[in-house]
Design a binder for this molecule. Structure first.
Ligand code: SF4
Length: 207
């Protein structure tokens, strides 16, 4: 992790991290950007989030947007029709159940429309500075298994295994480091092992 911390300096950050920093770690912006980011290129997520937030900056104003308008604003993110419905329904619940604020517990977050464990843990880490969660997406799942930190078949199992396999102070950073590494070096196909600072210790399981 220390090696990765040094190496990711200067690399392009994941879209949600950039949005989080630009929006002063606002949980609502992080929540919506993470919903949009699923199976979508970072540049597309970035641009779609910017268009949506220009049209509506709060749960109240976003809940009032028609689904068709949200669809038009977030296109071409993948599954934009589903995501538009989730965004609207999620904002409506934030208004009706939480007074327009984003809740700060995992249980409350995963009960919102369109919010799974990955989105919830990222909101907790970036928006609420949680030190108690690890956010596991496809990059974290793949690289943790290649490194032999875990031996799991699903991101859900990887999250639980990582709580046991890694030192607690690193938990909030695992997503940032491994997603950045996964987008730049330990890519899904043809990982750049020859350029990887972890190469001498990595068993390259499954590569
Ligand atoms: S050595 Fe290869 S498989 Fe291991 S972390 Fe680096 S890029 Fe990924």
């Amino acid at each position: 992790m220390r090696r990765l911390a040094r190496e990711i300096t200067g690399l392009e950050l994941p879209a949600v991290e950039k949005i989080s920093q630009a929006q002063a770690e606002d949980p609502f912006h992080i929540l919506i950007a993470t919903i949009l980011s699923a199976r979508t290129q970072d540049a597309t997520t970035d641009a779609a989030s910017a268009r949506l937030f220009r049209a509506a900056r709060t749960p109240r104003t976003m809940a009032r947007l028609p689904v068709k308008t949200i669809e038009r604003l977030i296109y071409p993110v993948s599954f934009y029709r589903h995501k538009a419905r989730y965004v609207k329904a999620c904002c409506e619940q934030l208004v009706s159940r939480y007074g327009g604020r984003v809740p700060s517990t995992l249980e409350e977050l995963v009960a919102l429309p369109g919010v799974g464990r990955k989105t919830a843990t990222l909101v907790l880490i970036l928006g609420f500075r949680s030190l108690n969660h690890i956010c596991v997406d496809t990059h974290v799942h793949r690289i943790s298994n290649r490194l032999g930190w875990v031996a799991t078949t699903s991101p859900e199992d990887t999250e639980q295994a990582l709580y046991r396999a890694t030192a607690r102070p690193w938990w909030p950073y695992i997503n940032l480091y491994l997603v950045t590494w996964g987008q730049n070096v330990c890519r899904p196909v043809y990982p750049r092992c020859g350029d990887c600072v972890l190469c001498r210790d990595c068993p390259r399981i499954g590569v």
